[in-house]
Design a protein. Structure first.
Length: 208
């Protein structure tokens, strides 16, 4: 049964990569999953509601369990599917925390730099959130280096009260542009997101 759990968790990381790349980015807003995800790129404070995530988990289970059961039996399939779903929920928590909580440890620092480079530097690179394995395998990995972040889209944990990158994070991030996000920048950010383009760091709304 250990093998079933390991394969289930590993299968989710492969599904995470494939769904993120092909069902969400390549479709450019065609289909619910793509619209929801690219809306998150346009406004990084937006996350799909729990009801949609639960529906996604149910759809995953409805495919994974029957296939695994036919191949290896019901007990093996139950463990496999449970591990896959557990990894899915781990991914959801990890992804949200990237945007809402500062890094802790080497993995936390790595995952944030890599994922925020995906958001603000190269949306068609670094699709894996929990692991880089599939990006390396399929040639979509890119070293983030120092990540340039638009101030209007910076995570709450990144900037100090003056709008500057916190000293302990300065080796990983540079912030550019204004902090105010108005109607003009919101519309531009949405157009860029649905075209799989990074947001413009210097974009801002002119008052009045």
């Amino acid at each position: 049964m250990v093998s079933a759990a390991v394969l289930g968790a590993g299968s989710w990381t492969a599904a995470e990569y494939g769904l993120h790349r092909f069902a969400m980015h390549e479709l450019r807003g065609k289909g619910l999953a793509s619209r929801e995800h690219l809306s998150h790129h346009a406004d990084v404070t937006y996350f799909s509601p729990a009801s949609k995530k639960l529906a996604s988990a149910a759809a995953t289970a409805s495919v994974a369990y029957p296939v695994a059961s036919a191949v290896a039996g019901r007990r093996w399939a139950a463990v496999y599917t449970s591990a896959m779903l557990a990894m899915y929920f781990t991914y959801e928590v990890a992804h949200r925390r990237i945007h809402t909580h500062p890094p802790k440890g080497r993995y936390g620092r790595w995952s944030r730099r890599r994922h925020l480079h995906h958001h603000f530097g190269k949306p068609m690179r670094n699709f894996g959130v929990t692991t880089p394995v599939w990006d390396h395998l399929f040639g979509s990995y890119e070293d983030p280096g120092v990540v340039t972040v638009p101030r209007r889209m910076a995570p709450v944990w990144m900037l100090d009260e003056a709008g500057e990158v916190r000293p302990e994070l300065a080796a990983d991030y540079v912030a550019k542009g204004g902090r105010v996000r108005g109607a003009t920048s919101a519309e531009r950010d949405r157009l860029d997101a649905f075209a799989n383009e990074p947001p413009a760091p210097e974009l801002f709304d002119v008052p009045g």
